[in-house]
Ligand binder design. Structure first.
Ligand code: ATP
Ligand code: MG
Length: 743
């Protein structure tokens, strides 16, 4: 089917044609035949890169332009939300009937807000968690939604984030029974079941824009699923390296999945020793430049240094320990074809769009702290394999599992390549997962009776798969807990949230965190310090898994525990009572110490050294800390704890920036982060007023600042820069333009 023949407004066709798409892919045609453009619910379950987004776009514009509708687009990750936002922006040139342009908004942060400003957008792109929090605030515009697009619906199967998606879908169906649902998914086993739950029809195909060949590599030979075989030249003694080199030498790119972060780095290093020779001179020059960019983006650590070295050889690693800025740089370089080989942990398979000609599954096992190694699921393998083949660049994509013995080769062929992906199961019926959703159902007025609550949970995928009865006893137990903890109160047969319960629900924290914070706020320690609050938030379940102290750190943490004994807001466990609780407590102390060091301006490199905390983990901890400190502040306000408020407010700022108190005024300037802030402060410009009177030359000459940023700083403080002074500086000495990011 040609784009020109589509039953959508002409303006839409023009935009699609301009983006280089002239004809629909077969699965897209099937979606149209399933009447997705005629308001019919649909589950579109097709392989990676088969063009699901275009169907979502066409459907959205149909709603906006022909039905005066409003669209919400749900994604599981912030990175994906940003990707979709960029893709949707191309439609903002289109005018609606009244003359106004189509508008697209994005909202992924701040869980304690109803974001009324989003009302003016036609398409709102958001994460499942943000949508959940908006529903808790009973955001008005959510009732006007006429189309919901749920991307990556197979996420329902994920233990932690699946239930959120499930609840969001059930709630939206409850408040907008007329709304159309378009669910996008990878190919899974029980699409029919998900479709039936959503009252949708479904399209399921194996069609891909680039043919995929799956196989197992044993020694020098690949055995493919279709019976073909192929020999790989033996360049080195390592089969994986031989395979990767074969791809690179023939102009392709390879993506190598390793089981752990450490392995991904080791493999990148091993491979890089051989890739360099396959690079042309101009590419090498570009890569040297890109390596410098990596070093100047954010703080330097051993990790960024080793990454920069590898990038010069056309190789890189990608894992959750990398700082976000570095991860994005690497992704871009790989997409542009400048990096030839990328080694990654399995998390990459799920998320951003990074195709390569050859996908190598180096290890079909995965490492989870506390669990050890376990084999990945077929679904996960299929997601990795699906990344093989770049449309427009590769005729064929290859996904290859590496085996060491003939037995293992057989096992991999049977258990992964020839296997069907698992069924998707609802993960909702877990007390700690569902606790918050039960509270929110009442606190946000979705139900006020026990029957009403069961009715709501009766609409979830869980109830569809197992029936509500199975979940009733868990809900009853949670209701009792919430009542005992004064989050709920009873009026006859009706259940309402107390002020405390309502606030906990809006703050989007686990009710258990709410209870822990409340109890802590009622307790009067001998000394209330930064450490008191940092430990408190590390103690709540919302901080996520605690940082495990390494064997050599255990004693140090135990000493710290004694030193800070008078500051804790929670009970201090006894080592001889319960060893597990005690060790967890030491982990909380470690988390608190990492945050404390961060706000003492300890460098990322030192944090890595001292606590073995990688930048990616540090930043996730900081994000959680900001949110939980905010929650502490808000609950402190509700409970009238005047002592905690200023301390919490100050800590939020300090944790956000990673600074000592004295830098607070000057890091407010754009372009000035903790590193530059410290430099400016240490030469004596300690306040905005002092910076205002600083000679421009003085600022310019500071390390990491330079004329451009100096001018920007002056403009922000209201200082005046004479035209001649500026021109002289611009003409003056050569200076490297530093990134203006806060640093
Ligand atoms: N009909 C078409 N003709 C040519 N290219 C297309 C067509 N439809 C989509 N594409 C392109 O295919 C690429 C992949 O599409 P898309 O991102 O929608 O994949 P997807 O099905 O959502 O895969 P994933 O499972 O990875 O999310 C995009 O770059 C898109 O522009
Ligand atoms: Mg997609």
């Amino acid at each position: 089917m040609k784009i020109t023949d589509l039953p959508v407004p002409e303006q839409v066709k023009e935009v699609v044609l301009r983006s280089g798409i002239a004809e629909l892919y077969p699965p897209q045609e099937e979606a149209i035949q399933a009447r997705v453009l005629e308001d019919k619910n649909l589950v579109l379950a097709t392989p990676t890169a088969s063009g699901k987004t275009l169907i979502a776009e066409l459907c959205s514009l149909k709603h906006i332009l022909e039905r005066n509708g409003k669209v919400i687009y749900l994604t599981p990750l912030r990175a994906l939300a940003n990707e979709k936002f960029d893709e949707f922006k191309k439609y903002t040139s289109i005018r609606k009937a009244g003359g106004k342009r189509v508008s697209v908004g994005i909202s992924t942060g701040d869980f304690d807000s109803s974001d009324p400003w989003l009302e003016r957008y036609d398409v709102i792109i958001t994460t499942n968690e943000k949508a959940d929090s908006l529903l808790r605030h009973r955001t008005k515009w959510m009732e006007d939604i006429s189309l919901i697009v749920a991307d990556e619906v197979h996420l329902l199967n994920e233990a932690k984030r699946g239930p959120t998606l499930e609840v969001v879908l059930a709630r939206l169906m409850q408040i907008n029974p007329e709304m159309q649902i378009l669910a996008l998914s990878a190919t899974i086993n029980n699409v029919e079941e998900i479709a039936a739950w959503l009252k949708a029809s479904y399209v399921i195909t194996e069609w891909r824009p680039v043919t995929l060949k799956e196989g197992v590599l044993l020694h020098e030979e690949i055995q493919y699923k279709d019976g073909d075989a192929r020999k790989i030249e033996k360049k080195t003694r390592n089969t994986t390296i031989n395979l990767v080199l074969n791809t690179v030498k023939t102009g392709g790119q390879a993506l190598v999945f390793a089981s752990t972060r450490k392995n991904s780095v080791t493999w990148a290093k091993k491979i890089s020793e051989h890739t360099s020779e396959a690079l042309s001179k101009p590419i090498k020059r570009t890569l040297t430049h890109e390596a410098e960019k990596i070093l100047s983006a954010g703080e330097r650590t051993r990790i960024s240094e080793s990454l920069a070295e590898l990038v010069k050889c056309g190789t890189a690693f990608h894992h959750a320990g990398l700082a976000g800025a570095h991860r994005r740089l690497i992704e871009d370089l790989f997409r542009q074809g400048k990096i030839k080989v990328l080694t990654a942990t399995p998390t990459l398979a799920f998320g951003v769009n990074l195709p390569a000609r050859t996908v190598v599954v180096q290890d079909y096992r995965r490492w989870e702290p506390g669990y050890g190694y376990y084999p990945i699921s077929v679904l996960e393998y299929k997601q990795m394999a699906g990344r093989a083949g770049r449309p427009k660049y590769d005729k064929i994509g290859e996904a290859i599992l590496i085996s060491k013995t003939a037995d293992e080769a057989d096992y991999l062929m049977d258990s992964y390549i020839l296997a069907r992906p698992e069924r998707i199961w609802s993960r909702l019926a877990v007390e700690k997962i569902i606790r918050g959703h039960v509270l929110a159902t009442i606190a946000s007025d979705f139900a006020h009776t026990e029957k009403g609550i069961y009715d709501f949970f009766g609409k979830t995928f869980y109830a569809y798969q197992y029936e509500v009865k199975a979940i009733k006893s868990i809900i009853a137990k949670i209701l009792k807990y919430l009542y005992d903890e004064e989050m709920l109160e009873l009026f006859g047969n009706e259940i309402y949230a107390t002020q405390f319960g309502k606030r906990v629900s809006e703050l989007y924290i686990d009710p258990l965190s709410g209870v822990e914070i409340r109890d802590a706020l009622r307790y009067k320690p001998a000394y209330l310090t930064d450490f008191s609050l940092l430990h408190l938030i590390a103690h709540t379940p919302d901080m996520g898994p605690v940082m495990r102290p390494y064997a050599r750190e255990l004693d140090e943490m135990a000493v710290l525990m004694e030193e800070h004994r008078d500051e804790f807001l929670t009970e201090v466990p006894d080592e001889w009572d319960d060893h597990i609780v005690y060790e967890e407590f030491l982990g909380e102390i470690k988390t608190a110490m990492v945050l404390k060091s961060w706000i003492e301006e300890i460098s990322e490199e030192t944090l890595l050294d001292r606590f073995r905390v990688q930048p990616g983990d540090l930043y996730r901890t900081i994000e959680n800390a900001k949110w939980l400190l905010y929650a502490t502040h808000e609950l402190g306000r509700l409970l009238g704890n005047k002592e905690v408020l200023p301390l919490a407010a100050e800590l939020i700022e300090r944790v956000t920036k990673g600074i000592k108190k004295e830098l607070l005024p000057i890091v407010k300037l754009e372009g000035v982060g903790r590193v530059r802030g410290r430099i400016i402060y240490n030469v004596g410009y300690k306040t905005i007023e002092e910076i205002k009177h600083a000679p421009l030359d003085d600022l310019t000459n500071l390390p990491l600042i330079g004329p451009r940023l100096a001018k920007k700083i002056k403009e922000q403080v209201g200082g005046f820069v004479k035209k001649e002074t500026w021109e002289k500086l611009e003409r003056g000495e050569e200076w490297k333009q530093k990134s203006l990011a806060d640093y």
